[in-house]
Design a protein around this ligand. Sequence first.
Ligand SMILES: Cc1cc2nc3c(=O)[nH]c(=O)nc-3n(C[C@H](O)[C@H](O)[C@H](O)COP(=O)(O)O)c2cc1C
Length: 197
Amino acid sequence: MSTPVRLLAISGSVREGSINQQLVEVAAAKARALGAEVTVVDLRALALPVFDADLLAAQGFPAGALALRDLFASHDGLLLSNPEYNALPTPLFVNAFDWLSVVPADGDKPDGKAVTAGKPAGLLAASPGALGGIRALPIVRTFLSTNFAMVVVPEQLALPSAPQHLGEPSALKTPALDQALDKLVASVVKQAGWFKG
Ligand SMILES: Cc1cc2nc3c(=O)[nH]c(=O)nc-3n(C[C@H](O)[C@H](O)[C@H](O)COP(=O)(O)O)c2cc1C
């Protein structure tokens, strides 16, 4: 019997009560219902300093950067929800992936860019505002598909007025949005299965 696909679930915000954390956890529940194993990653727990080449030269790689590389090495795809900060993805997210991008290979673990290559990513955003964070999604798509060679699935969901739609563990309260999330998650699980082989 084949093993389940394994996905990472990451929120670009980890503040208490984060709507993006809530949204990615709903997506994670949907992926589990499709048979995937999902690991929710807390970017704050990686304790990554702001990227600084002098700091890297002086102190080497922070443990959190190596841990993120190792997490990708053991997973087949990514569910990601990012808030929009002034129309950009959050510094917490970009900084973590900047660190990942320079982590070297270690034995059978590829370097930080190769470890993501060919794996699917599904993009989400949530905002209390009217646009749902949609302005940052093309930037995240370019970031992950070019420099990290991820297969960013065409389906994406920017959730406006997010608190109205959140509150249940495995579904959005609004059926049309819940169906859109179902499609996105199914696409990532399917592509992750193709990647895993
Ligand atoms: C520095 C900053 C910039 C923000 N810029 C935007 C923005 O451009 N568009 C938007 O929809 N919301 C913006 N917001 C509001 C966030 O969408 C809101 O705080 C949201 O709850 C953040 O996601 P979280 O709940 O997952 O932390 C901004 C918030 C902060 C703190």
